[in-house]
Write a protein that binds this ligand. Structure first.
Ligand code: SF4
Length: 369
């Protein structure tokens, strides 16, 4: 089968080989190309030019959501509830810690990843107490908790500044921030899909403050709804600028929009295709030349697509996601180990070296072939 060669990529290849930074026009050329194999190869080259090797990372982590009550009502969200809805829940700090400890009895994890709705019915002490209790109960577990939007929400609850909220949480055990709440930074898109959410400048201010305080963070992009290609590239360039300034982003995660149970489903939106997901991963790697780790989030991509992504710029498959394993195989004591074995197999069969990491990308365990 003949492989179509997209000549428009030639100039970009020269830049990648010379380790020259790509611009907005380059980003659009890449996204408009249908030559998926060429894009993937370029992304892999870009990773290697900057010192990337064959290691592919994953972490053992527990996902927690302490409350789904949220004041914001993003149109893409199928998780949030109002206080009065039947499915609304808010777990107390004590219950949350007991739950996490019970999970740990069943299977290990080195990281707790927790995000929540912006619950107006709790106060800042609820969050501080949660982190303090989690840290005291599991001092060796890294607490990667609260999006920038949640940190901002805590400032409105408490009257404190972003810096003060972060300082208080760090003092009781917060380790890093996840990257959610970024969505798409362009104001046109935000007005359409998340009119109740804060201005993107606030998202950046929280991450900027965290980095300056020595709290590393992650960053994301939610793509595949109403945004244009130009707005996607603009999003990546804003993240790249921030990384130039503070260098605190550990990893970038492109997240495909899932329309199920949202207003977009009723409007006929469907899931992204594997080709579009892989293209977005490759372009993210090419544009974000200063963020070392690009994640292929297998939970959203599916494992087979995540495996292909390892040849298209991704070097991380996120983690074992303990909670999900336990929910779906109640009482199974081997859930996480099975998932590790599966991740290792997938990475090895892609010709790469699986490395279990901690949140800060320190090596915990490596599987040589
Ligand atoms: S802020 Fe988060 S939880 Fe609340 S509606 Fe938006 S995406 Fe959902």
């Amino acid at each position: 089968m003949a492989i179509a060669v997209d000549r428009a990529l030639d100039q970009i290849r020269e830049k990648v080989e010379a380790n020259v930074r790509l611009d907005l026009e380059d980003g659009l050329t890449l996204l408009e190309s249908d030559d998926l194999l060429a894009l993937g190869e370029l992304a892999d080259l870009s990773r290697r030019v900057r010192g990337g090797d064959d290691k592919v990372y994953f972490v053992q982590n527990l996902y927690l959501n302490q409350t789904n009550v949220c004041r914001v009502k993003c149109k893409f969200c199928a998780f949030a509830a109002t206080q009065k809805q039947e499915q609304a829940y808010t777990t107390t700090p004590e219950e949350l810690v007991a739950d996490a400890l019970a999970q740990r009895e069943v299977t290990g994890f080195t990281e707790i990843h927790m995000v929540n709705g912006e619950n107006p019915h709790v106060d800042f002490e609820f969050y501080r107490d949660t982190i303090r209790r989690l840290h005291e109960a599991m001092p060796d577990v890294h607490l990667k908790c609260y999006t920038a939007s949640e940190i901002h929400h805590m400032t409105t609850l408490s009257g404190l500044s972003h810096e003060e909220v972060l300082r208080e949480l760090k003092a009781v055990g917060l380790g890093s921030l996840p990257g959610g709440g970024a969505e798409i930074f362009a104001e046109r898109v935000r007005r359409l899909v998340t009119p109740g959410k804060e201005h993107p400048d606030i998202w950046f201010h929280v991450h900027d403050a965290a980095h300056k305080m020595g709290i590393p963070t992650h960053c994301t992009m939610l793509y595949g709804h109403v945004e244009t290609y130009e707005e996607r590239i603009d999003h990546l360039l804003r993240l790249r600028d921030q990384q130039d300034k503070t260098g605190g982003f550990l990893a970038f995660v492109p997240l495909a929009f899932h329309p199920e149970n949202t207003v977009f489903e009723r409007r006929g939106f469907t899931f992204q295709t594997g080709a579009e997901d892989l293209k977005m991963l490759a372009v993210s790697r090419l544009m974000l030349d200063n963020i070392a780790n690009i994640k292929a989030y297998w939970i959203s991509l599916t494992m087979p697509v995540a495996q292909i992504a390892l040849h298209m710029g991704a070097n991380d498959v996120q983690g074992t996601v303990v909670r999900e394993s336990i929910f779906h195989s109640a009482g199974a004591t081997t859930g996480t180990e099975q998932k590790i074995a599966e991740l290792v197999r997938v990475v090895q069969e892609a010709g790469r070296i699986p490395v279990q990491r901690d949140t800060l990308y320190n090596e915990v365990r490596r599987w040589e072939s």
